[in-house]
Design a protein around this ligand. Structure first.
Ligand code: SF4
Ligand code: SF4
Length: 454
């Protein structure tokens, strides 16, 4: 694609980067076929190619964002299916991140939109506030249809997605000793949402790692990765969170040493792997951020490098939902499925697995209508498989899918932990009964819980 940025414009590193991305696009349109919003809405401007044109025009002409551009950029889920499809290697993620920051700087949203976004940006990255809000939402959940009927879709969506907040199963501990000789040392990103929505994920992560000889640390000062605010275009807030995490992990790298920074929410993983890019122009942080990004690993990516214990479970049929941030954002496709198969589970791919479930950070709140259509489409494809359980490597997808089906939804690490000696995932309920006959030892294992934790 031809671009016409001036030399003065190209002196801005963000413009220079977007120019490079735009010039890689050859307008072929292959990406439209796998874009969820184009598939649903059929409007070229809601396709990757259409958005690329809009962004190019806005940046090249140094125009403030218009309501129309904002509508189409906002509708993008940042699922990155277009990046997987694109034969020219167009880095759409960095382009749309730049566009969102430009929108945030140049466009004044209507008041309700500003209030909603401000509320989400304040509550979600802060576990204490999020916990309180979730509790209130859970109490008011029966009112969701009323708010929906009143046309207050985002409020209805927040209530529908609310669940009773849980207590962290890790307690105040920050270091978890390995069982047996130490084979490695990793930091775990405990995250902002995981421990409020489903603390069993972090607990299973710590158990399986320590059981296989890996010391796990949760460094002081680490917290929300910043992806939620990053995708809202709130660049300064996102960068501040990235710097805080880089500081926390750098202290650990230069102290006890780290083999990896393990992340079990793939949306966060995609962002942490991008810290090196996000902070590339910050002289004080660029090198440290690049080192952090280089150490970031999804939990299944990391477990695939370990010799795991012999599996104790076989037979459950698992529908594997590939989170977009994992399959498109990090290009991690095989590892979770291979690990689950190796552990004796029968793994089934979900048809149309490249399409987003509609979760996408805060998308299922701010664009509840499109998100619900994507959720229902995803669940219909999953239910065709008649699985015992659904496994997904991102808390956002897990929450989104669980609101629309009675099939249990768990994180793959919970199944892997169970198969290698941990307790049965609580969310599994009776799902393993029909395949069991092997549960004599399970009750004992369930009591083992977090005994290994310091
Ligand atoms: S990120 Fe997803 S929703 Fe956005 S343009 Fe690409 S494929 Fe479409
Ligand atoms: S597939 Fe890639 S090159 Fe083709 S239109 Fe889409 S972004 Fe451009």
């Amino acid at each position: 694609m031809q671009t016409h940025f001036t030399l003065a414009q190209l002196a801005d590193p963000d413009i220079a980067e977007s120019n490079k991305i735009l010039r890689a696009c050859v307008h072929c349109g292959f990406c439209t076929a796998t874009c969820p919003t184009y598939v649903l809405l059929g409007d070229e401007l809601d396709s990757p190619r259409g958005r690329i044109y809009l962004i190019k025009d806005m940046l090249e002409n140094e125009r403030p964002a218009t309501a129309d551009v904002v509508k189409h950029v906002d509708r993008c889920l940042s699922c990155l299916a277009c990046m997987t499809t694109c034969p020219s290697g167009v880095h759409y993620m960095h382009l749309v991140d730049h566009a969102r920051a430009h929108v945030e700087k140049t466009y004044r949203r209507p008041l309700p939109d500003r209030l909603l976004r401000g509320l989400l940006a304040t509550l979600l990255p802060n576990p204490a506030l999020f916990r309180g809000a979730l509790f209130l939402g859970w109490l008011a959940r029966p009112l969701a249809p009323v708010f929906g009927a009143l046309g207050l879709g985002p409020v209805a969506a927040m209530l529908r997605l609310s669940r009773r907040p849980r207590r962290s199963q890790l307690g105040a501990a920050r270091v978890f000793a390995p069982e047996g000789p130490r084979r490695g040392r990793v930091a775990l990103l405990s995250g902002c949402a995981n421990d409020v929505l489903d603390p069993a994920i972090n607990a299973a992560t710590v158990r399986i790692l320590t059981r296989h000889g890996i010391e796990v640390v949760i460094p002081q000062g680490e917290g929300c990765c910043g992806s939620l605010v990053h995708h809202m275009g709130r660049e300064d807030e996102a960068h501040a969170r990235a710097r805080a995490n880089v500081d926390a992990w750098t202290a650990e790298i230069e102290g006890g040493g780290l083999d990896a920074i393990v992340i079990n929410a793939s949306g966060c993983g995609t962002t942490v792997k991008d810290y090196g890019f996000m902070l590339r122009t910050d002289g004080a942080y660029a090198a440290k951020a690049a080192r952090v990004s280089g150490l970031a690993r999804d939990i299944c990516e990391y477990l695939a490098t370990l010799p795991l214990a012999e599996p104790a479970r076989k037979g459950l049929v698992v529908a594997y939902h590939a989170a977009c941030s994992l399959q498109h954002g990090q290009r991690i496709v095989r590892q979770p499925k291979d690990l689950l198969s190796k552990m004796g589970f029968t793994v089934k791919d979900v048809p149309e697995g490249h399409l987003c479930c509609g979760s996408a950070g805060t998308y299922n709140i701010v664009h509840a209508d499109i998100a619900l259509r994507l959720r229902d489409r995803k669940i219909a494809r999953i239910e065709q498989l008649a699985p015992d359980v659904i496994a997904a490597g991102n808390i956002g997808c897990m929450t989104q899918i669980a609101t629309g089906t009675a099939i249990p939804v768990v994180h793959p690490v919970e199944l892997l932990d169970w198969a290698t000696g941990g307790p049965k995932p609580a969310g599994l309920g009776e799902a393993d009964r029909k395949n069991s006959g092997r549960d004599a030892a399970a009750g004992e294992r369930q009591t083992s819980g977090l005994a290994v934790l310091q």
